[in-house]
Design a protein around this ligand. Structure first.
Ligand SMILES: Cc1cc2nc3c(=O)[nH]c(=O)nc-3n(C[C@H](O)[C@H](O)[C@H](O)COP(=O)(O)OP(=O)(O)OC[C@H]3O[C@@H](n4cnc5c(N)ncnc54)[C@H](O)[C@@H]3O)c2cc1C
Length: 431
């Protein structure tokens, strides 16, 4: 069962026109909408299913710089600042806590990866440091794991996805944004060579700019316009425990499990070393772009071919504006949790920190991530269609950077100075 988010005051009537339409009511579309509404720019968010019904309510809530690609760190630093301001900005505690994140290593190869990352980001002065086995035991007492060492960033943290999405949506609405659920956008309209509106399942909206923040659906949306965004889906399964006395407030990522404290005192747990790759046609079409990533990450993937292949195949890749689109056929991407992976995570965690023997499982779910070949998102204008901006492909780490990523997307849409240098997020790098 997927997590439910706090209620959002969405609207129903479709306006005839606005300045900006945002396609997708995930955390990226919502943070962009909030930024635009704060600038008094009329904005309408259209969501085919439920606000944050896909990745943005299902994620683990980690907000990290640790292990991020160096080029992606300025966005994460900007996001840290915006997360800290969030309670004041949205008037709600969204669970942001700078409680630190620690990754721990069992062998020299894993440790070498952390050392190499730390060396690469030294000039950024993130406050990250390597930990000895003894220091891990001091920070996270009661352990029985045989760790070689780890890496720790005290300024990393977490927030609650289910609180953040609704608080940001409600704050955007309070500042004038319109958010409509159950309203799929089928395509964009152009006039004089640039965006002039969108066609939805309920009619048209005229607008000057469109931000596509459709998560894993952005590839299909753009494909219908003849534009190739090379994202692939991967599925991650998650567990949540009831409130319990855990060993630490720090989020801990081991090679084959991770845990972080939930605001209610429970823990969010996953098998950090495994993602399900349910093959689709796109895995075959885009496979060659992913060969370098596959070489280093093959051990992470549980590749299988089954019902998802045929479900995906049955969804149209090309459609007309007056025809039912794939976005109306799949209101919410809701994959089943992989109980085998969740059991593995729990077993590994209990062996490492036996206090989790007492953990009672409250909920299990899964979510589908949109990965790019270099694991960084695209936040850029779509040059083939002036007036269309894309913010997608967050590759399993877009919740943490979302306040800054949405801000950057809003900057591009409204022609304002970008919050950070957008160069790492250019679409042309996949040309
Ligand atoms: C299990 C899991 C764990 C994760 N853990 C973390 C973590 O700890 N830290 C972290 O930083 N990130 C994490 N992530 C990644 C993070 O959740 C995503 O990067 C982020 O939520 C992406 O937000 P989004 O708005 O781009 O996409 P989404 O949340 O997927 O939202 C896109 C929305 O667009 C809508 N949509 C698509 N097409 C249309 C259309 N044509 N018309 C109308 N609506 C449309 C969809 O219905 C969807 O609601 C995790 C993800 C998963 C699944």
């Amino acid at each position: 069962m997927a997590p439910t988010i706090a209620p959002v005051n969405t609207s129903h009537p479709l306006p005839a026109s606005t300045t900006v339409v945002i396609i997708g009511g995930g955390i990226i579309g919502l943070t962009a909408a909030l930024t635009l509404a704060e600038r008094n720019i009329p904005v309408v968010v259209l969501e085919k299913g439920r606000i944050a019904g896909e990745q943005s309510s299902r994620n683990l809530g980690w907000i990290r710089k640790t292990s991020r690609h160096a080029a992606d760190i300025p966005l994460a630093q900007a996001a840290d600042r915006l997360w800290a301001q969030m309670p004041e900005r949205v008037g709600v505690d969204v669970g942001y806590r700078q409680a630190g994140i620690m990754f721990i290593a069992r062998n020299e190869a894993q440790m070498a990866m952390h050392e190499q990352w730390l060396k690469g980001v030294e000039p950024l002065a993130l406050g990250s440091r390597l930990l000895s086995k003894q220091e891990i035991a001091q920070h996270v007492p009661g352990g029985q794991g045989d760790w070689l060492g780890g890496i720790y960033t005290p300024s990393d943290g977490r927030a609650e996805p289910t609180l953040a999405a609704s608080a940001i949506a409600n704050a955007a609405i309070a500042k004038g944004a319109v958010i409509i659920e159950q309203c799929a956008v089928r395509t964009v309209q152009t006039s004089g060579g640039r965006v002039s509106g969108v066609v939805t399942e309920r009619g048209e909206i005229r607008c000057e700019q469109v931000l596509l923040a459709g998560g894993l659906w952005s590839r299909r949306f753009l494909g219908n316009l003849g534009i190739n965004l090379p994202t692939l889906p991967l599925t991650c399964s998650v567990l949540r425990t009831r409130p319990m006395n855990g060993p630490t407030d720090i989020a801990v990522g081991a090679p084959d499990f991770s845990f972080r404290k939930h605001i209610d005192g429970g823990y969010i747990i996953t098998q950090r070393g495994a993602l399900d790759a349910f093959l689709t046609l796109d895995h075959f079409l885009l496979g060659s772009k992913y060969l370098p990533a596959l070489k280093s990450q093959r051990d992470f993937l549980r590749i299988s071919m089954g019902k998802y292949f045929f479900k995906d195949l049955a969804l149209a890749r090309r459609w007309k504006a007056d025809a039912v689109s794939p976005f109306e056929r799949v209101r919410i991407q809701d994959p089943a949790a992989n109980n085998g992976l969740n059991d593995e995570a729990m077993r590994n965690l209990r062996a490492a920190w036996p206090v989790f023997q007492n953990a009672e499982i409250e909920q299990a779910w899964a979510g589908t991530i949109d990965i790019t070949p270099d694991s960084n998102p695209v936040i850029d204008q779509v040059s083939a269609i002036p007036g269309l901006v894309l913010a997608s492909g967050f590759s399993g780490h877009g919740f943490g950077t979302s306040p800054a990523a949405g801000h950057l997307a809003a900057d591009l849409v409204s022609g304002q100075a970008p919050i950070i240098d957008p160069a790492p997020y250019r679409f042309t790098r996949f040309a």
